[in-house]
Design a protein around this ligand. Structure first.
Ligand code: 5GP
Length: 183
């Protein structure tokens, strides 16, 4: 795919993503062998990662979706709002929460507290991208795809103001695109 000037560079290519997602799927299949998994995809950013990951997991897997909002443009608001809750109960299930990016860790701690209160049988976290240097709330991530620097990325399901989710690679957005927005 040809990118315009709004994309600074490709950070992680489509092929690298596919390879890493397959590795994560194999690892998850081994770890959960013989046990059911309920994947919880955090919308919207994690929908593409979840769609690819679930096809690399062997065994009985169900999926449900939760929708939250914590970002405006490239800036985290520090407040997390639940837009749409799960349809299925979590009680007693082996939950694997699937996130696109862990940045400050604020969103994850909100989701973790909410879901642990519903008493799952087990609870683990998979995230595609980890901005480890940015952490404000320490987090243990069970399955992490890539550690990335503090740059605003789009593509592979991740957006800037609802654009760029369709890019097959994970790309760094040109800072000129969000000038005036506090990064
Ligand atoms: P946290 O609460 O950990 O600071 O933020 C996590 C959420 O912020 C992610 O799930 C994602 O929605 C959003 N986010 C953080 N960094 C980026 C980024 O570089 N690009 C995009 N598109 N979203 C980001």
């Amino acid at each position: 795919m040809n990118y315009g000037r709004d994309i600074e560079r490709i950070l992680i290519s489509e092929a690298e993503i596919a390879k890493r997602v397959a590795e994560l799927g194999e690892q998850i299949s081994r770890d959960y062998a013989g046990r059911d998994i309920m994947l919880i995809a955090v919308l919207k950013g994690a929908y593409m990662f979840t769609a690819d990951l679930i096809r690399k997991i062997e065994g009985d897997v169900s999926v449900d979706f939760i929708s939250i909002r914590s970002y405006n443009g490239t800036t985290t608001s520090g407040e997390v709002h639940l837009l749409q809750d799960l349809k299925a109960p979590v009680y007693g299930k082996n939950i694997l929460l699937v996130e696109d990016i862990i940045d400050s860790g604020i969103t994850l701690s909100y989701l973790k507290n909410m879901l642990l209160a519903r008493k799952p049988g087990s609870f683990k976290i998979a995230c595609l991208l980890d901005k480890a240097d940015r952490r404000q709330v320490p987090q243990v991530i069970d399955y992490a795809g890539f550690t990335i620097p503090n740059e605003f990325v789009v593509g592979y399901g991740m957006d800037y103001n609802e654009k760029y989710r369709n890019l097959p690679d994970i790309c760094v957005l040109a800072p000129s695109e969000y000038q005036g927005d506090k990064a």
